[in-house]
Design a protein around this ligand. Structure first.
Ligand SMILES: *Cc1c(COP(=O)(O)O)cnc(C)c1O
Length: 362
């Protein structure tokens, strides 16, 4: 997938020392992001953390504005936290849903999110989905109406960590709104990868994944009237990381979200076409799914965690492998995940296929 966009993305970074096919876990920061982080750290050294934070505020407000645009929530109250998981926890603390309430989520809900729901005493009910785990929009209105235990909340993970399937977030939000049900969206995998404008009541995500910002930064955007960020008050935070995220958001908007999303969809398609069937590995999601996440089910007797380790040790190729705890309601066995960004070349994907076959067989 060689385009100007792809070359620009590659040239904006230090050369990779590995074949990095793991952006769904943690991307590669650009030199501009790195310099923004370093610049803020230097300023903290020069004037102290609080004065430096005041100086960073205009840039942070620009980042909040960018996030409002990206999640389609005008005037949203935006807070920076340290991860997507802590955003969900903060959300449930400051937008309380009574213990014992029903939260509706996908069968493929992110495992750690289910643990957060349990910690808040919420009862999970699974939304109707099709064969690949995509929400069934035709059934949804009736499901919401007929449900004897009506959900207090729909929690939609727009793109899962365990499967590159894009959920129809705007249509889901509209149906829930008509039914008077609040919707929260987990956009940890969708911000920077797919169109995340859905106008949900609250949306949260992470900096380090598809936006290629620093680690240790998450964000939470809520409907302005809920004032979640305000209720959270002033908390200690990794301001240099937030400044880095602001820089990553600038780059993303300059590059163009629509062009980026389109190219990432092409990257996903090419990845799936290249690796499907290699040494018996099978692509889980539809070939044409408009995401850059490819998950592979192993041939019988092959352990994805071992294969991941061999790929790093023998070929310096970075992927993810995980067990069913990642999405316990949907996964039936461990998977290998391949998630390249805009810069990947078709010959790199070919080399990955060759390496995958080698490490699977020996
Ligand atoms: C990564 C991820 C999270 C958690 O993000 P953290 O920043 O690690 O807390 C939540 N949901 C999904 C779908 C994810 O991929």
């Amino acid at each position: 997938v060689s385009t100007d966009l792809s070359r620009d993305w590659r040239d904006a970074r230090e050369p990779a020392e590995v074949l990095h096919l793991d952006h769904a876990a943690s991307s590669r920061q650009s030199t501009a992001v790195r310099d923004a982080v370093a610049g803020h750290v230097r300023l903290e050294g020069a004037v102290g953390g609080y004065v430096a934070e005041d100086a960073a505020e205009p840039g942070l407000e620009r980042a909040r504005e960018a996030l409002r645009l990206l999640v389609g929530l005008e005037n949203a109250d935006v807070a920076f936290v340290d991860s997507a998981s802590s955003a969900l926890t903060a959300l449930l603390m400051f937008w309380p849903v009574p213990s014992g309430s029903v939260v509706a989520c996908l069968p493929g809900e992110y495992g750690p999110n289910r643990s957060v729901f349990a910690r808040f005493g919420l009862v999970v009910r699974e939304l109707p989905v099709d064969r690949i785990g995509r929400i069934d929009l035709e059934l949804l209105p009736r499901w919401l109406a007929a449900d004897s235990q009506r959900p207090a909340l729909v929690h939609l993970t727009q793109v899962g960590s365990h499967r590159g399937v894009l959920q129809p977030a705007p249509a889901t939000v509209e149906i829930c709104r008509n039914a008077g049900v609040t919707v929260f969206i987990d956009a940890a995998q969708s911000l920077g990868q797919v169109d995340s404008r859905a106008g949900a009541d609250a949306v949260y995500g992470a900096s380090r994944k598809w936006l290629s910002g620093p680690r240790g930064v998450g964000m939470l955007a809520t409907r302005p009237d809920r004032r979640v960020a305000e209720q959270m008050g002033t908390r200690e935070g990794h301001i240099a990381g937030q400044v880095g995220l602001a820089s990553a958001l600038d780059e993303y908007l300059t590059r163009g979200p629509a062009r980026t999303q389109e190219l990432l969809a092409a990257v996903g398609r090419l990845t799936r076409e290249t690796v499907d069937g290699a040494a018996g590995w099978a692509v889980v999601e539809p070939m044409n799914e408009p995401t850059a996440i490819t998950t592979l089910a192993p041939p019988p007797g092959v352990d994805p965690l071992l294969v991941r380790m061999r790929l790093i040790e023998r070929h310096r190729m970075v992927t993810s492998a995980f067990g069913t705890a990642r999405a316990p309601g949907e996964m039936t066995g461990p998977l290998l995940r391949v998630s390249p960004h805009l810069d990947v070349l078709s010959e790199e994907l070919e080399a990955f296929r060759t390496a995958l076959i080698e490490v699977t067989e020996r």
